[in-house]
Write a protein that binds this ligand. Structure first.
Ligand SMILES: O=C(O)CCC(=O)C(=O)O
Ligand SMILES: [Mn+2]
Length: 202
């Protein structure tokens, strides 16, 4: 957790890790990725479309439909996912200090009213690798719970440029996004919030 500005329930939170210029650079780097791999709304295993639109970069993309949550090597249109942009990998390097790099960058786009229910990130092979999450655009109310569903939780607002590391004993801690403050940031031309979630899959 060294260097992080805040620790909450084992999550290391780097408030303001990216300055405005770095945030704008990241958005510019993501634009061709999203053009090549357009965001879509995955179906939950119950068959309901998620409110968050998603795409991915890297060898693997996170995917969900009636068959369940999993990683897949192509976008639903059949093409391989674009490479993870270098500035994204540099964030991983800086906050983890690890040799190994992530092989999935999930790109979540939250429009007005989008949210993400409490869940664990548990579709990866080895939970000893941390998960790194980058916030861009509108503020999000992020909730952190426990290693099992339910119980007391803590919430905090994540702002554009904040980075969260979920690792160690907190790697399987439940977390979610209750809501965003739509229109609170002008970083994204289309408004809303982008969250990048970096994971080692295999
Ligand atoms: O949007 C966020 O801040 C969290 C996203 C997340 O937990 C996930 O994609 O697994
Ligand atoms: Mn998650």
């Amino acid at each position: 957790m060294s260097g992080a500005t805040l620790g909450l329930r084992g999550f290391a939170i780097w408030k303001g890790f990216l300055d405005g210029e770095a945030q704008a650079g990241l958005v510019a780097a993501l634009r061709p990725v999203l053009a090549a791999a357009p965001p879509f709304s995955p179906l939950t295993p119950y068959g309901k479309p998620m409110s968050v639109r998603m795409s991915s970069a890297g060898r693997f993309g996170w995917y969900s439909d009636r068959k369940g949550y999993r990683y897949v090597e192509t976008h639903p249109d059949g093409t391989p996912w674009p490479a993870i942009p270098a500035p994204v990998l540099e964030i991983w390097d800086a906050v983890t200090g690890l040799e190994r790099r992530p092989d999935c960058c999930l790109i979540n786009w939250y429009g007005e009213g989008a949210r993400m229910g409490m869940h664990q990130d548990r579709d990866e092979a080895d939970f000893s690798w941390p998960v790194v999450s980058v916030s861009l655009g509108d503020d999000a109310l992020f909730r952190i719970g426990n290693r099992t569903r339910g119980g007391a939780t803590d919430s905090l607002w994540l702002a554009s440029g904040d980075v969260v590391v979920m690792g160690g004993d907190a790697r399987l801690t439940y977390h979610g996004v209750d809501r965003i403050r739509f229109g609170s940031s002008r970083l994204l031309a289309e408004g809303g919030r982008i969250n990048l979630t970096l994971r080692v899959v295999t």
